[in-house]
Design a protein around this ligand. Structure first.
Ligand code: NAD
Length: 294
């Protein structure tokens, strides 16, 4: 069993840490918000007074934080306090430039680092079925894989440092665009007089089938249960999709790759956020498109 420090006990981090503790690992945790620390203490985890104090005895350090600049700030504090041989795993979704800086900072101190963002949302974090996309040295990956398996159902080594974040933003850029296309198709079907159930039966078994249609249909009462059946409560909030589409555009402009669909998806989600979309699931885009004037 490993000694694990876990930093960032939000919607994702707390259930991930809880699964590690349940599996018998020894957890020391830290978050800047006292309420998050109280919840972790209530689950029997040891809380530390600072990020540095959380990591000093750990073999594995996991961060689950809002963005790249916070991750770099936290790393600047914990790297000098970490013990020799510790592996640092950042599971936050952050920009690739910050992920690469994080790898440099950690390896300059003689430690191992993996970027390991996840997909699967809060439900996957609670159930321990997240997908981990990891970038970094294969040897470090092999060493920590059993720990990632406690929190995840699928653990993929994507390549060198930053590759996990690259896989994450490419997937989510595709998801953002495919959800908008799905919302357009079902809205048009309705205006053309087609029953949503009939449209679903055809599209979900035809060449338009995709995860946004088959597993997360944005029309209430159609297909497997999804946020559409729960008044578009997230699920995957529009704010998070907007964040990921923004990261994809930053990466695309750095490497000079044209991503017109990704750029347009970012613009549409941005407009929806300004016009009532805050706090809703990203599949609520169907309501925005229905009310949009052509
Ligand atoms: P969250 O805002 O609920 O949690 C972030 C936590 O980090 C908070 O508890 C906050 O207090 C803490 N924090 C902030 N600054 C800190 C610091 N300096 N030191 C210690 N703790 C600090 O966010 P979340 O939903 O748990 O997401 C975490 C990361 O996972 C994000 O990068 C997000 O993009 C990614 N992600 C989220 C989901 C999702 O469905 N929520 C899915 C996949 C990936």
């Amino acid at each position: 069993m490993s000694r694990i420090a876990f930093i960032g006990l939000g919607n994702m981090g707390l259930p991930m840490a809880m699964n590690l503790a349940k599996a018998g690992h020894s957890l020391t945790v830290y978050d800047t918000v006292p309420a998050a620390m109280e919840k972790a203490a209530g689950e029997g985890m040891k809380t530390a007074a600072s990020a540095a104090a959380a990591v000093d005895a750990a073999n594995i350090i996991i961060t689950m934080l809002p963005n790249g600049s916070i991750v770099l700030d936290v790393l600047a504090e914990i790297v000098p306090a970490a013990k020799d041989g510790a592996v640092i795993i950042d599971s936050s979704t952050i920009d690739i430039a910050s992920a690469r800086k994080a790898h440099d900072l950690v390896s300059e101190a003689g430690l191992e680092m993996l970027d390991a963002p996840v997909s699967g949302g809060v439900g996957g974090a609670v159930a321990g079925t997240l997908t981990f996309m990891t970038g970094g040295e294969r040897e470090a990956f092999d060493r920590v894989k059993p720990v990632l398996e406690v929190m995840g159902g699928k653990i993929v080594h994507c390549g060198k440092g930053g590759s996990g974040q690259a896989a994450k933003i490419c997937n989510n850029m595709l998801l953002g665009a495919s959800m908008i296309a799905t919302c357009e198709a079902f809205s048009l079907a309705e205006k053309l007089g087609l029953q949503a159930e009939a449209a679903f039966d055809v599209i979900s078994t035809s060449t338009g089938s995709c995860w946004s249609v088959n597993s997360y249909c944005p029309v209430p009462g159609v297909g497997p249960k999804s946020p559409a059946d729960n008044d578009y409560k997230p699920g995957f909030a529009i704010e998070l999709m907007h964040k990921d589409l923004n990261l994809a555009q930053m990466a695309a402009s750095e490497v000079g790759q044209a991503t017109p669909m990704g750029a347009h998806a970012l613009e549409l989600y941005g407009r929806f956020l300004e016009e009532g979309g805050r706090g809703r699931d990203f599949s609520a885009m169907i309501e925005y498109l229905k009310s949009a004037v052509r």
